[in-house]
Write a protein that binds this ligand. Structure first.
Ligand code: RIB
Length: 305
């Protein structure tokens, strides 16, 4: 199975701060670094490092060479990525001492993804392939429509939530990967209960496989046959940026390889636990040997206790 990830590519401008700036406050950052990021790029790198065959499509600006290079180094096919005259997308990220973040994105070239480009890219893929989308590029509703029309397995991680989401026909999505806030919004509920969010999502999207991520409280998987919970692997957080993308990429690589969902979710949880212990989004994503070794190591340790 080939995976087409039609997604964002960003330059992450990351500021380490003592606390997030309040309205009207000016603060001094303790450190500043630039990393490769974007939910699309991060997920492609996670997929490739997990061993999947992944083609990235999307747009970069004339400054996007560094984004193409990191994808290619990870083994992602980049020939479908188009250069736009707009600067590459970027993110301004504040990371606090607990490793948590606040992110503002600017679309830049990511907003140049047109229906004509989507049509062209899709000609290289068919019903046996997977289409992965997040919500940081233009024309996502069109991509969902066309991907389904081709019979591809459509996976949607509707992050970040914006007004485009209302135009997406989620009945055409085969896998929906959401966090609690997104899940609540799509389920149309105010409930704080995870069980009730999942239940409402199942009622609204009965054919869709659901993955609900809860940050440091773990994740849930539910399809028509089974539903289960996956806990987190404890980790010291340095920078959580891209941890969710690492999770998504690893989970889907497992599914694409035909692994049972439980195993795919366990690998996803371990990969994201490793990534939070490192700085940056894309550079923090581990490869599959490291993930498997760490799972084995922790199992051995718990057997010995
Ligand atoms: O999910 C993390 C990503 O969100 C960052 O890399 C940033 O670019 C934003 O897209």
């Amino acid at each position: 199975m080939k995976i087409l990830n039609l997604g964002s590519l960003n330059i992450d401008r990351t500021y380490n701060v003592e606390h997030y700036a309040e309205a009207g406050e000016t603060i001094q950052a303790k450190a500043y670094e630039e990393f490769c990021g974007g939910k699309g790029l991060n997920q492609s790198i996670a997929l490739a490092r997990a061993g999947a065959q992944v083609f990235h499509a999307g747009c970069v600006g004339p400054d996007g060479g560094i984004l193409l290079d990191i994808l290619a180094e990870a083994g992602v096919r980049t020939e479908l990525i188009r250069e736009s005259s707009e600067p590459s997308g970027h993110a301004v990220i504040q990371v606090n001492p607990e490793g948590q973040n606040k992110i503002t994105i600017f679309g830049g070239a990511n907003s140049d993804v047109t229906p004509a480009y989507i049509d062209e890219v899709l000609t290289y893929f068919g019903r046996e392939d997977m289409l992965l989308l997040q919500n940081e590029i233009s024309n996502v509703p069109y991509a969902i429509e066309k991907g389904k029309e081709k019979g591809m397995t459509v996976v949607f991680n509707p992050s970040p939530i914006n007004s485009d989401l209302a135009r997406c026909d989620l009945q055409k999505v085969d896998y929906l990967i959401v966090n609690e806030v997104e899940g609540r919004q799509l389920a149309g509920t105010d409930s704080q209960r995870v069980g009730s969010i999942l239940e409402q999502l199942r009622i609204k999207y009965p054919r869709t496989v659901l993955v609900l991520t809860l940050g440091n409280r773990g994740s849930f998987y539910a399809d028509g046959r089974e539903a289960f919970y996956q806990g987190i692997f404890p980790a010291e957080a340095v920078d959580t940026t891209g941890a969710g993308d690492t999770f998504t990429g690893y989970f889907l690589a497992g599914i694409a390889a035909g692994r049972p969902p439980r195993e795919a979710l366990e690998h996803a949880a371990m990969a994201s636990a490793i990534s939070v212990g490192r700085r940056g989004a894309a550079p923090s994503i581990p490869d599959c040997d490291e993930v498997c070794l760490e799972i084995a190591r922790r199992r051995n340790n718990s057997d010995l206790q």
